[in-house]
Design a binder for this molecule. Sequence first.
Ligand code: NAP
Length: 523
Amino acid sequence: MKQWKSYLAGAWNEGQGDPIILHNPATEAPVAELRRATDLGAALRHARTVGGPALRALSPSDRGALLSRLAKLVHDHREELIEIAIDNGGNTRGDAKFDIDGGTAVLAAYGHLAGELGPGPWILEGEAEPIMRGSKIRAQHVLVPRLGVAIHINAFNFPAWGMLGKLAVAWLCGMPVLCKPATSTAALAARIAEILIEEGQLPEGALSLLLGPVGDLLDHVDPQDVIAFTGSADTGAKIRNHPAVVAGSVRVNVEADSLNAVVLGPDVEQGTELFDLAIRDLVTELTQKAGQKCTATRRVLVPQDRLEEVREALLERLQELASKTGDPALKEVRMGPLSTAQQLHDARTGVAALARSAERIMGDPERSEFVGVDRGKGWFLEPILFQATAEAALDPEAAFHRLEVFGPVATLLPYDGTIAAAATIVGAGRGSLVSTVYSDDRGFVAEAVTRLAPFLGRLVLADEKTAQGSMSPGCVFPVVNHGGPGRAGGGGELGGRAGMQLYLQRTTIQGGAGPLARLLGTT
Ligand code: NAP
């Protein structure tokens, strides 16, 4: 069986103790193993003292060139990586491409962005301003790389995109990275790291890989380090409150749970392209990666008088998907399993909790026969749809506003077609990564922006004219903000230059106008 190793302090690290087994979630067969790594303090020191200086010695454009080269390198290994994602991630081929190509797209995009950053070693932010009216003293903000390690702790659902997306931004800023993928699906991240380390000609110390549990890693953090975490709100809170993190005011970015909503405007009629787009997007968001996406749609707001037509159109498409759920290694399969037995258990528990607030109108959480697998084998959940009453939809305590069931599960929420009601319902999720409004009514859309945006990291507007070129809202492009307020973690990643702020220190350089301009090259 394949044994994956950590890569720490510039060497492959076999780890110690009992092996931790990785599985194929469709067959439950063991596929690889890894062992718990130790001496994590030394690993962080090596990254800080060797990787940091090596990366900072490169200009932003050299670092950008590195990212562009790595995007190509990962792409060259795409077929092999897809197989690993199917085998250890339960991904269909389409799911695997979404993850891997998403990662290479972020590398390429940040490689390109390097061209805008100037020669370094600092990046100018805005223009020099007089410190007060009439003064010859100027203040200029500059952004400089932090001197620590970017510690990336990722969730199980996007081992490639999660890793490469974070890594691209940190490296462009000049920070070395210690990547800790989620254990259950670590094979894909481990192979990508192996490719980058063996073939990527990385500056020494730029990348460390920690496989298995996080151990005492956070005991060794330094005030110049940065932690970017993706995962559950509970783990996010543990990281934020870790004594060493608190003591060092270590920067932490948290991407956590999200009860994303879509709002169908009252003007969206069956038979229009916009209606079809909404149904298509809903099916994609419910079933891509078996619904294990932080950006997946969990709450579907439908005007009360359109509920029946939306429900029927959705049920028809979802039933087809349910009949094609099974072993993702098979061509005819359109949706694979959940990633682990624990995820399946948690999802079933969540489905039972949702049933206290809404009626289950499709899907059997106990179904045990799926395409191409032995009965009872694999961690499968077929698509499950709930429907609430309009009254329950407005109840902020309802389970569908409280609980993220991380699988192919969503709830239809009828509303009265006003943005006021929609804002109450969306806001009951206490902060989300993304929402979509489907409407051609300009007034409705303008009001939606004002009233929904405070709850969201991203608001997608879909209309009839652009329906054909529209992308499903769960697709996170490198230029868009990925993060959300409140329960979504309060973080922000990507978003072009905005995502770089996490890894850079903003310092105001204050001095005489002439010398400052000469020093910073702004004359
Ligand atoms: P999780 O259990 O919180 O694990 C996330 C990561 O944290 C894993 O790498 C895990 O390692 C690690 N971890 C566990 N305990 C830790 C600790 N005490 N200190 C530091 N790290 C620790 O979450 P998950 O079950 O993998 O992911 C599912 C959740 O992630 C969902 O709620 C989903 O909404 C959220 N998610 C959010 C986004 C987003 O961008 N907002 C994206 C994807 C997923 P081990 O695997 O070794 O335990």
